[in-house]
Design a protein around this ligand. Structure first.
Ligand code: UD2
Ligand code: MN
Length: 637
């Protein structure tokens, strides 16, 4: 029987059939057009709120008495077969998954906040947070531990929702099983799973999360974090105070081998290398001053007070001890102010509480950049200043982009010392980079092109390989900058990051440092500037290699971005590149352009390459006017 006859027999008309086809098409496009799965939403009634409150209190009350592996944030030291298994999985997971699996998903952590954080009273009414946790093929235990830590340590009044944003994972257990676990564990719907329909990369995944969120404030976390006690209030309170701040918690380190939750110890801020990699840096002096840090100098009353722009103060140095027997000079350890006893003898006292104002420990710390993964922002403000660059793929660069943009377009970036969140810093990425693309490189190129004005030259100096690459369409991002009327990158450097060294500005000379007779140039020989190493010489590359770029600073340093040449005082001493230290005599060099010599100020000796060939090491030697001691910089300012 032919088909038309079949239809006639069963009274199915062509009309009906085409209607059906159209219906199927509409449904198909509707489902496909939606970028993510719909969110399970549950009406938040009084009952639901009571349920959440009770759950939160139950956890809070039991937290102190929990026992088991890894509790109180302790690390696990595996033995025997378990250790072998963990070691063998290290390559794949880039952290100790066996230890993580043994630790409760709801473990307690150390409270590493400064004691003063605990005495702060935050406003009762705070904006509510949507916590967005993005992941691609994350291991089960760190992912769920992140979610549990957020629910267990955020008062329900302030937690609008937790969004687990699955960036198209295909790892076993992260599909149905995860949805089921979430539904059963948090029946009140506080945790939601949202899935992208294609691998989006972490930047577009965060955007998808932000678009799905409906809370007042967005807080992003990586999928291997643990929120610490009291982590959320200081973030929300600061945003309530000023909706234009973008905030980072202090990021504590969860050890990738043992899962030990450790405090960061000292506070740092973010910087960057001109290669557009992120760097941690100590809080700069100007920021200490702005925060009116009482620690440096220490105020030691009642007897002594410090002079600070006030001639009526009498000051003392901290008195170190010199042993009367061995003459060993040693620091006194703790700082102590003086007091007196009523018999009128002098006494050493503890620093009075009143002198240790809270702010050093609790006030926001301004930072030029953020590490990327953990931050909070007013949801609307996040979108107002341009959210993220959707043209960025998989991983890298977005953290500097949002940092530069926030500062340049009217926001501020701050670290909040009282908000602590742990993160497992892994040694590699336990996921693929589709097409094996250098996404950090291309993403950085996009941000350099849009935000760095002429300073992008310093990025390309390190990444000549990218010069012939296509960063993709930048029109929208450039329009955004225009529309928001953002400041220049020079403004950012001058006002936000004044301590950043610019290799070709405000220097005496820069570029290749060349010995004409041998055509050898100072060269890092590809060594990483974050390490200490001896500087070599190599045949001059004619500006083709960033390894040969050195600057003679106005402070007489012969330096790179962060490292200065340093040498002892003896004939034959090599020159090592070490962290620059203002005023260190070993690091001072003078260049006599007429005589073409470079003199090490401390020893009066000259930079020399006699008998050295390409790949060897220059040294200092008594000045003798020979050709092996003649040097020229590529550019003089
Ligand atoms: C740091 C940041 C990270 C990000 C990155 C620069 C911290 C602690 N971490 O690297 O958040 O800013 O620098 O880009 O500051 N992911 C996806 N889809 C992908 C790839 C990754 O969802 O295609 C998720 C991943 O599961 C993780 C997050 O993105 O939750 C960040 O990735 P990471 O942990 O590998 O990055 P990390 O910490 O080395
Ligand atoms: Mn991470």
């Amino acid at each position: 029987m032919s088909l038309p006859r079949f239809f006639r027999r069963h009274r199915i008309t062509w009309k009906l059939l085409s209607l059906l086809a159209i219906g199927v098409c509409v449904l198909y496009f509707y489902l496909n057009g939606k970028k993510f799965d719909s969110i399970r939403s549950i009406e938040v009634t009084e009952d639901v709120l009571r349920f959440r409150r009770a759950r939160f209190e139950k956890y809070q009350n039991s937290e102190g008495s929990r026992s088991g592996p890894g509790e109180k944030g302790q690390g696990l030291h595996l033995q025997g077969a378990e250790k072998e298994k963990a070691d063998s999985l290290m390559d794949k997971e880039a952290f100790n998954i066996i230890a993580s699996d043994k630790i409760s998903l709801e473990r307690s952590v150390k409270d590493v906040r400064d004691a003063k954080c605990k005495s702060i009273t935050y406003p009762e009414v705070l904006p509510k947070a949507s916590v967005v946790i993005i992941f691609h093929n994350e291991a089960w235990s760190p992912l769920l531990r992140t979610a549990h830590s957020v629910v267990n340590r955020s008062p329900p009044e302030y937690l609008h929702e937790v969004i687990l944003l699955d960036d198209y994972s295909d790892r076993a257990g992260l599909g149905e099983e995860l949805s089921k676990y979430v539904a059963e564990t948090w029946p009140d719907g506080i945790v939601k799973v949202v899935r992208t329909k294609e691998r989006s990369g972490l930047i577009r995944a965060r955007l998808a999360g932000a678009r799905a969120a409906t809370g007042d404030v967005l807080i992003f976390l990586d999928s291997h974090c643990e929120a610490g006690p009291g982590w959320i209030e200081p973030l929300l309170a600061r945003i309530k105070e000023d909706r234009t701040v973008v905030l980072c918690p202090e990021i504590d380190n969860i050890d990738k081998y043992t899962l030990d939750y450790g405090g960061t110890g000292s506070y740092s801020v973010g910087g960057f290398w001109w290669s557009l990699h992120f760097a941690w840096r100590p809080i700069p002096d100007h920021e200490h001053k702005r925060r009116k840090s009482p620690v440096d100098p220490i105020r030691i009353e009642p007897i002594l007070a410090r002079i600070q722009e006030d001639r009526s103060n009498v000051v003392c140095p901290i008195v170190d001890s010199i042993s009367d027997e061995t003459l060993e000079y040693s620091g006194n350890g703790g700082y102590q102010p003086g007091g007196f006893s009523w018999s009128l003898h002098f006494t050493w006292e503890d620093i009075p509480e009143s002198s240790l104002q809270n702010r050093e420990y609790t006030d926001p710390i301004r930072s030029p950049t953020m590490a990327g993964g953990l931050f909070a922002a007013d949801r609307k403000f996040f979108f107002e200043i341009g959210a993220y660059d959707e043209g960025m793929d998989v991983w890298g660069g977005e953290n500097l982009e949002i940092s530069f943009r926030t500062w340049m377009c009217g926001g501020k970036l701050e670290f909040i010392p009282c908000s602590r969140v742990g993160h497992i810093f892994r040694s590699s990425h336990p996921y693929t980079f589709p097409g094996n693309k250098d996404t950090h490189g291309i993403n950085s190129m996009r941000l350099a092109e849009v935000w760095m004005d002429g300073y992008k030259r310093l990025f390309y100096m390190h990444r000549r390989d990218l010069l012939d690459q296509d960063p993709g369409d930048l029109t929208e991002r450039k329009q955004l900058r225009e529309r928001l009327g953002c400041q220049s990158f020079k403004w950012y450097l001058d006002n936000v990051y004044p301590e950043k060294f610019i290799p070709d500005e405000n220097v005496a000379a820069w570029g290749m440092v060349r010995n004409p007779a041998s055509n050898l140039c100072l060269d890092t020989m590809g060594k990483d500037e974050k390490t200490v190493f001896d500087v070599g010489v190599f045949s001059c590359q004619g500006g083709a290699s960033a390894n040969e770029v050195f600057s003679l600073s106005l402070n007489d340093e012969l330096r790179r971005e962060d490292g200065c040449l340093s040498t002892g005082g003896n004939n034959g001493d090599k020159l090592s590149l070490v962290h620059c230290q203002a005023g260190n005599k070993k690091q001072q060099f003078a260049h006599d352009k007429e005589k073409s010599i470079i003199i090490h100020v401390g020893s009066g000796k000259c930079l020399d390459v006699s008998g050295v060939s390409s790949g060897g090491y220059p040294f200092i030697k008594d000045c003798n006017n020979s050709d092996s001691q003649k040097w020229n910089f590529e550019f003089y300012l």
